[in-house]
Each structure stands twice: as structure tokens, then as C-alpha cells.
Design a protein around this ligand. Structure first.
Ligand SMILES: Nc1ncnc2c1ncn2[C@@H]1O[C@H](COP(=O)(O)OP(=O)(O)OP(=O)(O)O)[C@@H](O)[C@H]1O
Ligand SMILES: [Mg+2]
Length: 406
């Protein structure tokens, strides 16, 4: 499965210039771990970082101009770091699989002469193997202006000349990977587009999960979890073993519940029934508590087949009883500990949740009071943290004891 090894963001709200993990083959920094957890005081940029992933995921669907105005982002001028005049830029450094050479996707956007949001630069390249003298391979290199240079992956691999495609092919606010990613000639671009399109940026909410939906099995969970009943129906019909695994975990979290199933109504709607051991009649999702529903949707996401390669969840602990946080961290970990499993990125305010992660997995955002910009550092790079971790101090207790102060 693809894994993101590093991310850089420039001029995106309070993230003036931050890098997590690696951004080149030469980078001395370690790659992002399969699970990353970000902490930081209020207003240090956790949601902004989460939204940087969200921006890229939206940009591929609707273009950069529309993405600037979606989800309350308020337009390019509000998104660009206050006082800054440079472009907003993103770099995603990733591997298609553990064995493949890493790729770097870069995107810079700015206002053009007419004040429209447009793409200044977009490129996709694969790192070369320096020992064998192999050069980096450029699959896409697009500049604003008159000329858009594009390199066809096949011709490059065959060492042929660069091939240019006139700029008119790409509207200035649409990602080239969105267009090229549907053309057979560009297999690497296709893979990246597919990867990006399958990022799961969770906006899961109990109220969305309570909505009544039309019956019908669905394999993909919506970002709000509104079709969790349809996904449950899919598991019932096509993956009973997975469903059994899921139910085992559900009962670990919520011991009172012994069965969860869907039922079609006479008007072809779908309801989810929760059977509690003390009561004969099942409760409907509409009657279940917020925390129960939220947890259930997370577990469906984590246990269903064809899980997204990359899952981002903001403050998963919200609304959950503290005793459950260890089990939730276990459920996350069980889905991230091999190459075939998802990569998870989460933010948290809860020390008890943080206790379940290592200092390589935890990142600390902090705002510089002099500049108002945020910086990010791995927890293990703070003084004494790795030593104390060896002595079995949890990261949550170190956090409470101010070990992550700048
Ligand atoms: N264009 C901008 N330039 C610089 N800073 C900005 C810009 N837009 C917003 N900010 C700042 O970025 C901060 C980060 O907000 P964000 O929502 O990411 O914080 P957070 O870490 O998620 O906080 P919380 O824990 O409260 O959810 C805002 O509080 C604001 O001060
Ligand atoms: Mg936030």
C-alpha cells in the first residue's frame, strides 16, 4: 500500500513553513511512521494541518480555486499566511509500496495577474538511485505562463526526449494530475491520483450516522459516516468473517451490545439495530448514544475490506469515555502495522490517548509568539523524552509534565 513519508506545507494559514518526515532522498529526517499523532495547544495549527491534506483532496476534485472556498476556508487571501506574499505550497513525499522508489508531488498556487487563483507549479517526480547513477524521473512538470512542459512517463522511461503538451489542455486552476491521471499513458500519475482520491479525511459525526438511508450495500464509507448502515449491509452480504471480527471488537469496547445488524423497512429504507443483552427489543441507531455511534463508525472504517490507504481523524477521543482510548489506539495500531494496512494521521487533546504512542509517532505543534507562525517537532526531539520513554514514562504523562515546551 502507498505510504506518505513526508509532507511540507508553506504559507497555509499559520503553517508558514513546516515539514513532517522526509521530503527528499537526501533528507536526514526519518519517514513518517504508519501512525502519526499531532498535539499542540489551541490555535497552534492541528486543524490547519489536517485541512492541508483536505485541501489537496478537494483540489483534485474541484480545482484549486474552488478548494480555497470550500469547507469554510474563506478564499485564497484568508488561507495564505498573513503578511506573506509567497505562493501556498504543498509537497507530498510518498512510496507506492515499501519496495518502490519514493515520489515527490509538489504543488504551488498563487493569484494570477487578474486576481484568480491559479497553479504556479505542479510536478511529480520519482527519486533516482544515486549509487547506480540513475537520475530522478520527472513524470510531470508544469509551470504557469505560456509553456507547460510535461513529460510522458513511458518516453522518459525509454530515455526519449521530453514531450510537451500545450497549456490549453489544463485550465489554470485544475490539477494536471486530475486530467493526466485518467490517461493510460501515465500510469504513475494514475496511481498518485487514485491514492489521493482515496484519502479518508474523517468528518464522522454521530448525527450523520443516525440518518435513515435508502437500502443497498455500499463498500465505501462516506466521510461523515452517513452510509454506515449501507457499509454494514455490504459486510453482512459479502464479508461475514470481517463482520464477525468487527463484532468481536465492538463487544470489547461496548460489552452491553451483542449484535448489530441492518434491517430493511417496507419502504426500502435501512435502519441499524443494536441489540443490548439486557433488553429483548433492539435499539435503533437513532436511539443510541453519540459516543457509541461514533466508535461504531470508526470500527467499521477500520475493519472493512478495501480500507482507505490514508486515514486522517481529528480528535478521535471526543465523546469517548477515557477507558476506551487504549482500545481505540489498539484498533488504530492493528490496522497500521504492516505494509498492507492503512496509514493513520490523528490529532488529539487527550493525554490518555497519547500514552499509547511512541515519541517517534507523536508530533508537537507550537506557535512562535514573536511571529505568530507554527513550527512542528517530533516528540523524541525534545530534551530527555527518549530517556524517560525507556523508563516507561507514557508520552501523555510527559506532556502533562511540560516536557514538550519549546
Ligand atoms: N491566514 C492566516 N495566517 C496566519 N495565521 C492564521 C491564518 N488563518 C488562521 N490563522 C491562525 O491559525 C490558528 C490555527 O488554527 P487551528 O484551527 O489550526 O488550531 P488548532 O491547533 O486546531 O486549535 P484547537 O486545538 O483549538 O482546535 C488560528 O487560531 C489563527 O490564529
Ligand atoms: Mg482544531
Amino acid at each position: 500500500m502507498p505510504k506518505i513519508e513526508g509532507l511540507s506545507v508553506e504559507n497555509y494559514r499559520c503553517l508558514k513553513n513546516i515539514t513532517l518526515g522526509r521530503k527528499s532522498v537526501k533528507s536526514a529526517a526519518d519517514a513518517l511512521t504508519p501512525i502519526s499523532v499531532v498535539i499542540g495547544k489551541n490555535g497552534t495549527g492541528k486543524s490547519t494541518l489536517f485541512d492541508a491534506f483536505g485541501f489537496l483532496a478537494d483540489a483534485i476534485n474541484v480545482g484549486v480555486d474552488n478548494a480555497c472556498n470550500m469547507r469554510g476556508r474563506g478564499g485564497f487571501k484568508r488561507l495564505r499566511t498573513a503578511g506573506s506574499t509567497g505562493p501556498i505550497s504543498f509537497k507530498v513525499y510518498y512510496r507506492e509500496s515499501a519496495a518502490s522508489r519514493p515520489f515527490l508531488y509538489s504543488l504551488s498556487i498563487d493569484l494570477d495577474d487578474t486576481g484568480r487563483v491559479s497553479i504556479l507549479r505542479e510536478s511529480l517526480k520519482q527519486a533516482g538511485l544515486s549509487r547506480s547513477g540513475q537520475q530522478a524521473v520527472q513524470f510531470l512538470d508544469r509551470h504557469s505562463g505560456n509553456e507547460t512542459a510535461l513529460v510522458d512517463s513511458y518516453t522518459v522511461e525509454a530515455n526519449a526526449a521530453r514531450k510537451s503538451i500545450p497549456e490549453t489542455v489544463f485550465p489554470s486552476d485544475k490539477l494536471a494530475i486530475a486530467t493526466l491521471g485518467y490517461l493510460r499513458d501515465h500510469p504513475r500519475v494514475i496511481k498518485f491520483r487514485e491514492f489521493l482520491e482515496h484519502w479518508y479525511l474523517s468528518y464522522i459525526s454521530p448525527s450523520a450516522a443516525r440518518g435513515v438511508v435508502d437500502a443497498g450495500a455500499e463498500s465505501t464509507l462516506t466521510l461523515s459516516g452517513s452510509n454506515v448502515g449501507n457499509v454494514l449491509q455490504y459486510l453482512q452480504q459479502q464479508h461475514p468473517n470481517r463482520l464477525a471480527q468487527l463484532m468481536k471488537t465492538v463487544t470489547r469496547f461496548l460489552p452491553g451490545i451483542h449484535k448489530i445488524a441492518t434491517k430493511e423497512t417496507i419502504d426500502d429504507r435501512l435502519v441499524i439495530q443494536f441489540n443490548e443483552s439486557k433488553f429483548q427489543d433492539a435499539f435503533l441507531a437513532q436511539q443510541m448514544s453519540d459516543g457509541t455511534l461514533k466508535l461504531f463508525v470508526y470500527l467499521v472504517l477500520l475493519f472493512k475490506p478495501n480500507r482507505p490507504d490514508f486515514i486522517c481523524i481529528e480528535e478521535p477521543e471526543n465523546g469517548l469515555y477515557p477507558d476506551l482510548l487504549g482500545a481505540l489506539a489498539d484498533a488504530f495500531r492493528s490496522q497500521t502495522d504492516s505494509d498492507e494496512r492503512s496509514q493513520i494521521f490523528a490529532t488529539t487533546h487527550q493525554p490518555l490517548f497519547l500514552d499509547n504512542f511512541t515519541s517517534s509517532e507523536v508530533w508537537v505543534l507550537d506557535k512562535d509568539p514573536k511571529t505568530g507562525f507554527s513550527g512542528i517537532k517530533r516528540a523524541r526531539d525534545f530534551l530527555s523524552v527518549t530517556e524517560l520513554e525507556k523508563e516507561e514514562f507514557g508520552l501523555g504523562s510527559l506532556w502533562l509534565n511540560n516536557y514538550f515546551q519549546a
